[in-house]
Design a protein around this ligand. Structure first.
Ligand SMILES: [Zn+2]
Length: 274
């Protein structure tokens, strides 16, 4: 049994501001340590419940946040980018289930710490086959393409609710209660990590008992619709072959499957950013 821990940063307890998740700010050296701690809690819980192998994929920014020298020695770390499957790098390699640690709600969510979808400056909305999704939905659907269920999420209450609504009754570890985009009541690391550890244990136990949540499989071809923040971003995005522009700031394309949708979306956002 091999578990992939896909880790992001905005949903780590204690984090409430962009300065805390950007390497150029002083506080970042603290928060990357907090991120590593939350990831370790999930690693411990997974092994405790019978996982045989754990791979961690660093999914925030340029994927160089987790402190490998403090990472549980039993795990492996996917670091750096761009990598072929980005935030869920490694999910195509014999993984039984995925855990999302430190995740955040989609752009536009209310009472959600640092809500955004891929790019806070660029992306105002995303729909997959007509359904609004954020990074939880994107990454769960890529996992789903490879037959991998998502069994745990940690983050604020809104991110956890978004995951449950999309994926059914997955294990959740709510580590902060957001009361705005940049305000939350946070659990200290010790308490947050205990919650993540226990949820990870329960998630792997359910997986072993054949009671994991269903895999998220989207009907193909997949229609991806993206609303950009400004029309010049749409001007640039439509330079990508296959991308149409149904409205001023909305662009869309069809993809044969989720990995291809994910790749094109990433290229589109990179281009739109300019
Ligand atoms: Zn992030």
């Amino acid at each position: 049994m091999k578990i992939l821990i896909a880790a992001d940063m905005e949903g780590i307890s204690g984090i409430v501001h962009w300065d805390q998740v950007e390497p150029k700010h002083k506080e970042y050296e603290r928060t990357r340590r907090l991120m590593t701690g939350d990831v370790n809690a999930a690693v411990r819980g997974a092994y405790e419940a019978g996982a045989e192998e754990v791979v961690v994929s660093d999914g925030h920014g340029d994927a160089r946040n987790i402190l490998i020298e403090e990472l549980d020695g039993r795990a492996r770390l996917n670091s750096g980018g761009p990598s072929p499957l980005s935030m869920v790098q490694g999910v195509d390699n014999g993984v039984s289930a995925a855990m999302f640690v430190g995740y955040h709600a989609r752009v536009g969510a209310q009472n959600a710490i640092l809500d955004h979808t891929w790019s806070s400056s660029c992306v105002a909305n995303v729909r997959l086959n007509g359904r609004p999704v954020g990074e939880i939905g994107w990454n769960a659907a890529v996992c789903g393409h490879f037959g991998v269920p998502v069994i745990l999420i940690s983050g604020d209450q809104t991110a956890c609710a978004e995951a449950t609504e999309l994926l059914g009754s997955i294990e959740t570890a709510v580590v902060k209660q957001a009361s705005g985009r940049m305000a939350a009541e946070c659990l200290p690391p010790e308490a947050a990590q205990r919650r993540i550890y226990e949820a990870a244990q329960r998630a792997v136990e359910r997986l072993r008992n054949g009671q994991s949540p269903e895999v998220l499989r989207l009907a193909t071809p997949i229609r991806v619709a993206v609303e950009l923040t400004h029309s010049d971003m749409a001007d640039r995005a439509t330079m990508l072959p296959g991308v149409r522009r149904p409205e001023g700031k909305w662009v869309e394309f069809d993809a044969d499957d989720m990995p291809s949708a994910y790749r094109t979306f990433r290229a589109l956002v990179a281009l739109a950013r300019g």
